[in-house]
Design a protein around this ligand. Sequence first.
Ligand code: ADP
Length: 532
Amino acid sequence: MNLFSISTIILTFSGIIFSLIIYHTDRTNKVNRAWFFSCISFSVWALGLAGVTLSSTPDTAFIWQCVLDVGAIFLPFLFSIFVFELLHIQAKVFRIFLLCSAILLSLFSFTPFFKVGMMMRYGFEWVNPGPYYLSFLIYFVCYAVMSLGILIYFYFKTDKKDILRAQIRNILFAGIMGYGGGVTNFFPQFFSVYPFGNYFVIFYIVFIVYGVLRYKALSAKVISAQIFSVAIVLVSLFSLLKSTDLTDWLLNMLILVLVGVFSVFLVNSVNREVKAREKIEKLATDLETANVRLTELDRQKSEFVSFATHQLRAPLTAMKGYASMILEGDMGALSDEAKLGVSRIFDSAKTLTNIVDDYLNITRIELGTMKYVFDVIDFKTLIEDIVGELKPNIEKSGLKFSFTAENGDVDYRITADRDKFKQVIANLIDNSMKYTPSGSVTLSLAFDRPKRKFVFTIKDTGIGIDPEVLPHLFAKWSRAGNANKTNIKGTGLGLFVAKEIITAHNGSIRAESPGEGKGSTFIVEMEPWGKM
Ligand code: ADP
């Protein structure tokens, strides 16, 4: 077997292997599919050529020559389709025309007008051209000019930064190698020159594989692994074909099989790794997009709630105001039944106002539009004021209620937004009464000297808090299972708002409870104003 035959066998195998590489990478891609078929025709051509050079009789060589011719005629056609797909050139009618020309020339290649038989050249059988064999050369050159021309045109048309330009460049090199090398196979029959270009044809494949895959995201690793594998398989194949005796052949065969198996494992594992990475990257970008969208939706929702609750506030204030005026007798005397009805209206309007306020605060917190107007206020006086305002409710509840503050020379001033801080403390006291059906509510205010903090404690003997609920108590919408029994109107927003506001005051809030039915204690700690 001479070097030329070996080169043709290597071309056959490389055509098959490389076509499979690209097809395996992504077979849904039209460019890859076009390349696959182009490679198949390449392999058919190379196989035909191998058959011709290895044939011992002119008759078998002629049969292989027929295979070679069909492969060689379809090859330029399929290469041009590959170029069309890569550059998104539709040209449907033109494609059909090209296909028809390839089919017609293939049929013509079986006639004696195309080839009359085989003749000996450079130690192997070579085609003996018929009177119209020149048509093949013209066909070949026309395709070369068209495909390479289109590639050159698009190369200059494409933006320098576009990866397509780099792909086109590689495919252009491939085309020049393929057509340049392939055309020398016409030399023996026309000019009696050795078809030396055949050795370069391998670069056609290598350049295209590189061109198609190189600039695809993340596949550099796979390509390197694949090219490396193909290279060692080809080297082993080469050694096998050059074997001098049976032992040598068997040994080389064994090496080839081992190398082949190893290559498949290597390529597959690298491929899997890259695919997994691609998947993760895709998921990450998807997640990022979804996150941006969700954040925007959340913002829109908060804005809507803020708007809607604002609209609710004004009518509620009117309802509360008029109900209170009626109750106080400003609009004339009322029967006891009417008084009961109006006081229910008043209570409901008040509950609704609290709920609306909670929603408003939440949306302000979420939108980051919560504004604080800090002032120096007296913590003790603030609590006394709240207790004074809640007096009717305390009396109605029948609970034992007390408030004690550490006496002495304590200065109870703190820095706070009076309205917001008052709302939080009032809400905590209100909660302790709501969730205490009977028993007592004890408030105490003291100054913890070592900690340099005011400690305000609200201790009740009410329904208590399940230890499992405690860690989540200050989260949004958090309501314990036992809360509904005593207060069905709750929203689970008050404590969340309280924590946000107190944190904004550099203070802290926490809850303690020995368990359900065993009462609860809420502790608020605040920094004093100035030095103490
Ligand atoms: P709401 O009272 O509207 O449900 P809050 O945020 O004020 O919302 O309170 C959240 C939950 O914390 C309540 O539903 C209740 O389960 C629990 N909770 C609050 N204060 C007390 C308390 N003093 N005793 C027992 N449970 C309480």
